[in-house]
Write a protein that binds this ligand. Structure first.
Ligand SMILES: Nc1ncnc2c1ncn2[C@@H]1O[C@H](COP(=O)(O)OP(=O)(O)OP(=O)(O)O)[C@@H](O)[C@H]1O
Ligand SMILES: [Mg+2]
Length: 249
């Protein structure tokens, strides 16, 4: 059985059908990319999967557990974690404090392993490890709000990783980044798939073709087609619907 199964996901806003009976799977260790033109329903799909928005129909199963009826924080507990398309507004706390808070939020579940007395240093160690993992090891004392855009996006990913996800949802992690930051984030995503499966939404086709094991194309809320990089790159309908519009921009 697949690690993640979305079955017949359906979401409308009044008369507008944003997600139209979407079914997809993610396998362990897989990077499954989701592409599609602006307004295709990609973010809405992430929102209903993460539980930020209620589903109108469909089922969500992660690692054999049906998450459909659970609120977002419980989905996180079960291993479903996300980053955001729009960088969240960070506070005046340091990188380390932000990560400590995220790690602390996991206590009671996976962090019981540290035991009571070791708790504090255990949490701190884990927070530092997360910072290092995303390339922020030298920025622990920096104020999150004052970080450059690329570093804020790295922090966003680190915060999502604090939950030790089985499936990580990344909504346009490369948005607004310069080439150097893009290269760094692509390398980070590549490393991450060793520990979590990833559903990656991204407009940067070079990055998608570089990273994805499988690509699904969303158009008007529907999955138009799914396949590996070569299949999607050469698919005439995909070129017309998505790559065509991309090239025309
Ligand atoms: N909260 C909402 N209320 C009403 N309509 C919405 C809402 N959120 C999204 N929509 C509409 O649903 C459709 C899908 O939007 P969505 O943001 O999911 O697209 P997207 O594929 O993520 O686009 P982009 O590539 O621009 O991020 C759009 O027509 C959008 O205007
Ligand atoms: Mg979006």
């Amino acid at each position: 059985m697949s690690l993640f199964i979305a079955e017949g996901l359906f979401k409308h806003f009044g008369g507008l059908i944003a997600v139209d009976r979407v079914s997809l799977t993610v396998e362990p260790g897989e990077i499954h990319a989701l592409i599609g033109p602006n307004g295709a329903g990609k973010t809405t799909l992430v929102n209903v999967i993460s539980g930020l928005l209620p589903l109108d129909a469909g089922r969500i199963i992660l690692d054999g557990v049906d998450l459909t009826a659970l609120p977002p924080h419980q989905r996180v507990r079960h291993g479903l974690s996300r980053s955001f398309q729009i960088t969240r507004v960070f506070n005046n706390d340091s990188v380390l404090d932000n990560l400590l808070l995220a790690v602390q939020a996991q206590t009671g579940s996976s962090f019981r392993i540290f035991g009571r007395r070791a708790d504090k240093s255990g949490l701190r160690e884990r927070a530092i490890e997360l910072a290092q993992q995303v390339g922020l090891g030298e920025a622990l004392d920096r104020i999150a709000r004052a970080l450059p855009h690329g570093a804020q996006r790295q922090l966003d990913v680190a915060l999502a990783l604090a939950a030790q996800p089985k499936l990580l949802l990344l909504d346009e992690p490369l948005a607004g980044m310069g080439p150097e930051d893009v290269a760094e984030m692509v390398a980070l995503i590549q490393r991450l798939c060793a520990e979590t499966a990833i559903l990656l939404i991204e407009h940067d086709m070079d990055a998608v073709f570089q990273l994805a094991d499988r690509i699904s194309v969303l158009d008007y809320g529907r999955v138009l087609t799914s396949g590996d990089v070569a299949y999607i790159r050469d698919h005439p309908e995909v070129q017309a619907v998505y790559l065509g519009t991309e090239a025309a921009r």
